[in-house]
Structures are given as C-alpha cells and as structure tokens.
Design a binder for this molecule. Sequence first.
Ligand SMILES: [Zn+2]
Length: 497
Amino acid sequence: MKYLYKALLVLLLATSFSYGQSDQFITPKYVFFLIGDGMSMTQVHTAEGYLQQTQVGPDKEGTTGVKQLHMTTMPVIGLQNTFASDRFITDSAAAGTAMSCGHKTRCGTIAMDSSRTKSLPTIAEKARDKGMKVGILTSVSIDHATPACFYAHQPDRGMLWQISMDLARSDFDFFGGGGMNGEKVSDGKRSMQPGKPQATADNDPLEAARRKGYAIATNRAELQAIEPGTKTFAYSKDFIGGDWSMPYSIDKPQEDLSLAEYTREAIRILDNPAGFFMMVEGGKIDWACHANDARTVIDEVLAFDEVVGVALDFYRQHPAETLIVVTGDHETGGLAMGFAGMGYDSAFEVMAKQKISFQKFTDTILNDYKEQADWDDEDDDMDSEIKDLLDNYFGLNYSDLSDFERELLEKAYDQTMARKRSKGQEFSLLYGGYEPLTVTATHLLNRKAGISWGTYSHTAVPVPVYAIGAGSHMFEMMYNNSDTPRKMAEVMQVSLD
Ligand SMILES: [Zn+2]
C-alpha cells in the first residue's frame, strides 16, 4: 500500500512537471525562447485558418474552423503589453531589450537603458555566466534588432558594424540563420581606405569571430560536420539575400536550410550536461506584415511554428528539465481577419494561388517586365503580359475583377511604370513605401480572402505568450514584456539586476 501511494505520488508529480502546471518545478536545464517578430494572435490564427481551409476543408457544419499550430497547443497562455518607454507603439529594439533585459527602453536601443548610456545585462548573458551554453538564431541578419538585444549593447540599432563586433565578445556558443550586415559594412569601410587593409579582429566582425575560435559554416554540409561543443556561426552563403536574411519561406529553394533545421543543428551542437539557453527569432513575419502580404506572412508563421515543433520534440524527451516560451515582440500591419467588402465571409484558400513573396515578385518578375515593357504615359493600360503575370503569381484574373479593383490595379501600374512617382497622402496610404503594383496585388488578393491591413508599421496590440515545461505557469495572466525575462530569470535562478 505504501509503495502504491509512493508510485502514485511520483506519477502525479511527473504529470504536473510535464504540463508545467505545478508551483513546484526543478530549475530547467534547457530553455527555449522563441520569438515571432511582428507576430500577435491574428498572424497565428490566420495561419491556422489557412491550414484548415487549404488542407482540411470546411467542417461538417459547413463552417470553417482552424487547424492548430504547435504553439497554440501549449498548455499555458499569457499576454504581454509591448509599449516602449518613449512610444505606445514599440519597435523591435525596445521590445527586444524589454524581453532580454527586463527593462522598458527607448525605441532603437539595443540592451541599454533609456538614457542610452548604461548597458543592461541580458537573460542570455546570465545563462552563459551560469555555465549554460547559449544559442542565438534568426531568419533575418544576426545583427538585426531582436537577436542583437540578446548579445550586443549599442545605443542605436542602426550601428550594425558595432553590433556585429559585439558578437564575438559575447562568447556565446552558437549563432545562426542569417548572416552579418556588419561584414558588408566592414568590407565597405575597408575598401574606401587606400590599399584596402586586411580584415583583422579589430576591423572585421567575421574575422573577430574566427580569432575567438568560432567555426564559420556557410552551408549545410559544413554545419553538419561541426562537432558538438564547437563555437559556431552558421549561415547559408549561397541563398542569403543582399540584406543577409534567409529567403522567405514561400521562396525557399529546397536545398537551403530552414530555420527549424538550424534549430535542430543548434540543439545537437549545444547539448551538454550544463544545459543551454536558446533564442530563435522568426524575423521575417514582421517584414511580410510591413509589406501587407498575408500569404508570405502565413508561410513565415508556419516556418517559425516548425521551430516550435522541434523544441516540443526536445521537450518530450526532457519534460522535467525543459522550459519553452513562445511569443511575439509586437504586432505588425494591423492585420484584421475580416474585410469591409466581404462582410462576414472568409475565403483564405484563395491565397493558395500566390506562388512567391511580394519581394521576389518585385525584384525578379516585375523588374524583368519593366525592363522590356512598352509604356509611355498614363493613357497606356496594362498589357496582356502583366495581366498574365498577376494571374500566374497571385491568382488575380483580370477579367474576373470588378471595375473598382481594375481601377486600383491600373492606377498602381502607372505609378510602378512611371519614372517619377507621385507623392502625397494618397500615394503613401495606398502603397506605403512599397512597389505600387505589387502591394496592390497583395491587397486585392488578401481582401478576396477576407483579410485587411491597417498600417505598414507596427501596432500596439498585446501579444500572446505560450509556454510549456518547468516553471511555465509563471507565464500566465497579463503583464509587460519587460516582465517576461524576469519570470524566466526567476525560473532559471539567475538575477537580471
Ligand atoms: Zn519586431
């Protein structure tokens, strides 16, 4: 009887550990902090609705439900406010600082206080000091605001070279996903000097990392060959864009690594008896939201959720020792799951017709078209070639469009083709800073899906926090984004002060 009681108690404890609901927990050995940039509830739920409508179809009642993502199956949910110390609508730097250092700061600031004079310790540095290995991964460049907030300390997010130079100083164990803008900046700076001086540990961030003992892996084979415990900086040289980000998931060549694959490799390289802390950012959800391209957003959210899946697989092997926290840094785009012209209807499946991102369409397809197109002035309507391109890449069949929709497209076409573009309020409201024809195409397709956008910037809407594992109950309820790393620090038994 006594034995049975003991066995039951053990079982009970194990269950409460694995669901993270107990007030008692052991300090997690493995911590995953997964951040979708620009991702709030609408980005997540739009992806879930899209999966349901394209993969499962309407349910028995004829209504359309959702196919849940990994992140929304996690047992604990909270909400965080995102405002910065100087603005209601935050940017990624202030939000990143809040979530890494536990302090609200001014927009643009990387892990420093509001006066931009005092560096603030980050949760990743505290994990390092405790003896855990640390990994920082992102789909944008590694010196972009969100990842930078975990390893760098600079008064301005635009100081890309300085941020990149902080990478080797951090002594973290794994950096991966995107490349370094700082590498390009440094090369540019050097090339302007007579005789172009050699890259050294003082003038070149990549060389600085190399001298510090980092292995630089520039493709899958090189990354896979790296022995566990080796300090690593990994990015995919053949596929990285001019901005050093990974390709959008919708455009990703099969041969390139996904963010989930980088995460799996990072786990392999970081795993050790003292554990690890890993921050992984899905950075281009934000970029696609800025551009108001919902289909590209959905694919980015799904690629990020694959990372959550990898972390959950790891959690299932180490349930009592792992904490996973998934959140966003702010919402971007004012994404609404409804459109004035659609009433109560949604038709997310129409977005399956989109084949490439707004960016790739603009940079390749539209660019090629513009180079050879015969356009003289605003009296010239769209020709059959551009109509075919819009049909092929966005599923917008010109003959099926309403007069109003055609007018919007023709107007945008004129702006795209004109050497000198209009300025003023109408232009900026219609197109933001984007290619007029491309952003009009995604707007029209999104509206047909029953989706609309309120801005080309961020919004102040709170973001969900999903958690599972050791100490995850701490992340329930509503709080400020600056409380999130404080909760994490408490669970990890480190101090951010
Ligand atoms: Zn952001």
